[in-house]
Design a protein around this ligand. Structure first.
Ligand code: ADP
Ligand code: MG
Length: 581
């Protein structure tokens, strides 16, 4: 092998749930690289044998029937999540093997690196790696870490739909088009709406489900096979047969296995509800992008599962046009990653990729509310900031909780990290802390908090912390944000009303003590009554925001005389002190 040259090539890698591919730009053309068996696609499988040896790809899959608990597949479904939180139960237990999703992904990447090194006859160490557009910060950071563990410098984390659009649109750089990329793979579903114009690829909106793919259909079909054979399910053999039969039925009307036969219509009966789950995501992406289906120039299909005739039919019905199948569904993303790698390496013409952030980023504000700093679907890289102050007197620091999510209340969103910002103690509202969020091109967040009085900066890069985040499903978060929008709104109004009431009550008490003798007994009684009403509403478990707002307003009105008196008295005192009265 030759030593690495200063202008070393950059690899494009599709690190898929099911299959992974690697490519490079050679003499101006993106090409995918084959392993020693001539295969350009490596199953994303890793087998940890008893003797400590590790095999990857087809070699690992061969072991699956004998060592199901030692053969890891679909690890992408676990990356950047804490154990047990993904809602998906694998047939293996990573803890038993003493590895984590990042290490397993690193094995796959190390294998792809060696496939490339062998094909190019030179060591390579730089790469662009794709992830689903829906991957959150933690998942992107975990993927990047896997690359680093495999000895790769990860030059860019690229969203898969952007990669697919690049593969589709590289020869259409002068056109102006709006396209949707419908990607149904083995483990994830992604739908994105992009605009391409003057060599700029902009993601307008993205949606999807990180737990929806061909795997689910394989399991449903394996269940059917076991039933038809009157045998207990759970046999890995049935799962393997199911996948083979499913693929066979994309081209043929019927398939046989042992003593049974399965028709395409049997499969389609199972596939209908599964496919229907993609519908809401498509509609959401269109609505977020403010694009009608009829405005789309193309709907591009990628992902192995889109080879199914039923998927094509479903997409045609949903979008009202025949989908575009010009791209090889298994290779489009790797090809796009390779093109991006070529652009970064300077071997291809520059195009501009504008990706978006899939979830809103913000911080918790006083009262436990979510304050959004960078809204969902903002083009990245992005930078935004806001000024905050202390809510309580004599505070000498502020805890900033960094949140990601779509819910109104801080506690319903995910905490990505927290930083403590020190500042000189002073009265309420005296501190000035600027908080700036910057999302880099990889979708990784950098937070800067500055105490403007002392010009002291506190910074935090989320990537490390984010991996430990209690990470539920991103798409569930978005679904819930709609589902709970009404409740959330009420909670927000309640919290705001509560803050106001809690500020007003002690002020009223103080004024009554100070000036009780200056107002009539009826007036004082009236004020007390209104204050009691406010207190009762505050204590009631019902959280009736509207009632609290009204009661607080009444209390405010009832204390008008007091307020005027208070002002007069303050004025008198001040004048007296200065010897004027
Ligand atoms: P991923 O992005 O998750 O790695 P791929 O895009 O490689 O996935 O797609 C893999 C999925 O596509 C698997 O579930 C596989 O069974 C399915 N698949 C591949 N070829 C076909 C086919 N001809 N018909 C139906 N499904 C297919
Ligand atoms: Mg894929």
């Amino acid at each position: 092998m030759k030593p690495e040259s200063p202008h070393s090539p950059i690899l494009g890698i599709d690190l898929g749930t099911t299959n992974s591919l690697v490519g490079v730009v050679d003499s101006g053309f993106p090409i995918l690289l084959a392993d020693e068996n001539g295969s350009r696609s490596t199953p994303s499988a890793v087998c940890y044998a008893d003797d400590g040896s590790v095999s990857v790809g087809a070699a690992a899959l061969c072991q699956r029937a004998h060592h199901p608990r030692r053969t890891i597949t679909s690890v992408k479904r676990l990356i950047g999540r804490r154990g047990g939180e993904s809602g998906w139960q694998p047939h293996y237990n990573l803890q038993e093997l003493g590895v984590g999703p990042i290490e397993v992904s690193a094995e796959i990447l190390r294998h792809l690196k060696s496939v490339a090194g062998r094909a190019l006859e030179q060591p390579v160490s730089r790469a662009v790696i794709t992830v689903p557009a829906f991957f959150n910060d933690a998942q992107r950071a975990a993927t990047k870490k896997a690359g680093e563990l495999a000895g790769l410098t990860v030059e860019r984390i690229l969203s898969e739909p952007t990669a697919a659009a690049l593969a589709y649109g590289l020869d259409k750089l002068d056109e102006h088009q709006k396209v949707a990329v419908y990607d149904l793979g083995g483990g994830t579903f992604d739908i994105s709406v992009l605009e391409m114009r003057d060599g700029v690829f902009q993601v307008l909106a993205t949606a999807g489900d990180t737990q929806l793919g061909g795997d689910d259909l394989d399991r449903a079909l394996a269940h059917l096979i076991a039933q038809k054979l009157h045998q207990p399910e759970g046999d890995i053999r049935f799962l393997e047969a199911a996948e083979a039969i499913k693929k066979h039925l994309s081209a043929e009307e019927t398939a046989t296995f042992e003593s049974i036969s399965i028709d395409r219509s049997d499969l389609e009966k199972l596939a209908r509800p599964w496919l229907d789950r993609t519908r809401q995501h498509c509609l959401r992406a269109l609505s977020d992008a403010k694009v009608k289906a009829s405005d789309l120039d193309e709907v591009i299909l990628v992902g192995g599962s889109t080879r199914m005739p039923l998927v094509r039919q479903f997409v045609a019905e949903l979008f009202g046009k025949e989908p575009n199948t010009s791209q090889n569904p298994d290779e489009a993303i790797a090809l796009g990653a390779t093109i991006q790698a070529g652009i970064l390496a300077g071997s291809l013409r520059q195009v501009l990729l504008l990706d978006v952030t899939p979830l809103s980023l913000g911080i918790e504000t006083f009262g436990g509310l979510m304050n959004i700093i960078i809204p969902r679907n903002t083009t990245i890289p992005a930078k935004a900031g806001e000024m905050f102050t202390n809510a309580v007197a004599n505070q000498d620091s502020m805890l900033i909780r960094i949140l990601q999510g779509e819910r109104e209340l801080a506690k319903d969103n995910w905490e990505l990290g927290r930083i403590e910002v020190p500042f000189p103690a002073g009265p309420k509202g005296s501190a000035r802390v600027g908080v700036q969020f910057s999302l880099d091109a990889d979708g990784i967040l950098h937070v800067l908090a500055r105490d403007t009085a002392t010009n002291t900066d506190t910074t935090l890069e989320i990537r490390g912390t984010a991996i430990d985040v209690a990470d539920e499903r991103v798409e569930q978060m978005i679904a819930e944000s709609v589902e709970f929008a009404f409740d959330d709104m009420n909670e927000r109004v309640w919290t705001e009303a509560k803050l106001k009431a809690e500020e007003l009550l002690p002020a009223v008490e103080a004024a009554l003590t100070q000036l009780g003798d200056a107002i009539t007994a009826e007036e004082a009684q009236n004020v007390r009554q209104h204050a009691d009403e406010v207190r009762q509403l505050l204590d009631s478990p019902e959280h009736d925001a509207k009632a609290l707002k009204t009661a607080t307003q009444h209390l405010d009105d009832a204390t008008q005389t007091l307020a005027v008196l208070l002002l007069d008295r303050a004025m008198e005192e001040s004048l007296a002190r200065r010897g004027i009265l």
